[in-house]
Design a protein around this ligand. Structure first.
Ligand code: ATP
Length: 351
């Protein structure tokens, strides 16, 4: 405990939310110090990161969809899981170096939140990657636990807390109590599927082709899960699939809501399934405690309303839902000594 504190003085311990869309890094007592897209630019057909390993995050994101033939901008995580370990390692290494800088001479202790559904082999690979990327001791923390801690829920108490974390590639739903996950469900549906649904709708209905960044803009500007008090419109430009020429059209929030119906139904189904599997005592607690919503996808207008309508439960939107998991890793780091009992030798919490 004393040794831990002393080691803490000489290293920059950090909590990392390794997400499909964004990676956030928190430092003890400082909060979120890095928030960059999980994107890496590599030379095509290789794993060589451009700019001597520095074309990562914001720099690489600006290259997405606009890269010349010899360069590819890659997202090494897909559907909430690591699809390319080598590139993920390069990305982690860049972020750890960027945050650690010259702050300390010890290798930092790192807490990484991972989707609850990943396999033991994938867990081991994340630990190995982080160690090779410069971390000293690595602890893995289940994403719903991190989200619960970040949202300030009483997850260590003998009462049920429920989190719905709608990320880019996955939605994780979990009911927790006494510092452990009691029931959870992870589906490969998230905010990115909303973008995809918008792209498909415009292609099918208007023969208009748009890219992912523009689809995300539509979602953020006029997207919704439930009817709006004042429905919205937006002008959108793309390429006509028939003439091949650039074209502009005006779209409405009603038609976008219709287009988003399917992925939203997938998320609601995961919530319902988790509730059906819940321990009766914990389910009963949720009438009082409600359901907490976090993750970037939860920012879609009316998401809380549709979940509340489907479940009959009170739905609470967590403050700053994009950094909830990262904040959780940081609080966990600050209280490592309290969690020691629940960590196994590999540093994996709640296995
Ligand atoms: N204002 C907004 N309205 C709707 N969606 C939004 C908004 N802001 C961000 N998003 C969406 O949130 C998603 C990213 O959320 P988040 O950063 O929580 O995911 P992640 O942690 O990277 O992903 P995962 O948990 O799947 O690994 C993206 O799909 C993004 O488009």
């Amino acid at each position: 405990m004393i040794l831990d504190t002393i080691l803490g003085w000489f290293s920059t311990d950090m909590g990392i939310d390794l997400g499909t869309c964004n990676t956030l890094v928190c430092v003890r007592h400082e909060g979120v110090v890095l928030n960059e897209p999980s994107v890496v630019a590599v030379r095509k057909g290789t794993n060589i990161v451009l700019n001597e390993g520095e074309a990562v995050g914001l720099v690489a994101r600006d290259m997405l969809g606009k890269t010349p033939g010899s360069i590819t901008a890659v997202r090494p995580l897909k559907d909430g899981v690591i699809s390319d370990f080598e590139i993920t390692e390069r990305m982690l290494s860049y972020f750890i170096r960027k945050v650690h800088g010259r702050r300390g001479f010890m290798r930092p202790r790192v807490v990484i939140s991972v989707p609850s559904g990943i396999t033991a082999v994938e867990r081991r690979a994340v630990i190995d990657s982080a160690e090779r990327a410069g971390a000293g001791k690595v602890y893995l923390l289940d994403e719903p636990m991190a989200a619960g801690i970040g949202a300030g829920l009483p997850i260590t108490e003998p009462t049920g807390s429920m989190i719905v974390d709608i990320g880019g590639g996955t939605t994780e739903v979990a009911i927790m109590s006494l510092g452990d996950i009691s029931t959870c469900e992870s589906v490969r549906v998230g905010g990115d599927n909303f973008d995809e649904a918008i792209i498909n709708h415009l292609k099918r209905t208007y023969n208009l082709l748009i890219g992912e960044p523009r689809a995300e803009q539509v979602k953020i500007q006029i997207g919704s899960a439930a009817p709006l008090e004042q429905e919205l419109t937006m002008e959108i430009a793309g390429r006509d699939t028939i003439s091949g020429l650039p074209r502009k059209i005006v779209i409405t929030s009603e038609e976008i809501r219709e287009a988003l119906r399917e992925p939203i139904a997938g998320i609601i189904e995961a919530v319902m399934q988790t509730l059906e599997k819940a321990e009766p005592e914990l389910a009963a607690d949720l009438i009082e405690n409600g359901v907490h919503l976090c993750g970037g996808g939860s920012l879609l207008r009316g998401m809380d309303k549709v979940i509340s309508n489907a479940t009959g439960l009170k739905v609470i939107a967590v403050e700053d839902p994009l950094s909830c998991v990262a904040r959780g890793t940081s609080v966990f780091l600050e209280n490592l000594h309290l969690w020691k009992d629940t960590l196994d030798q590999e540093g994996y919490a709640w296995e």
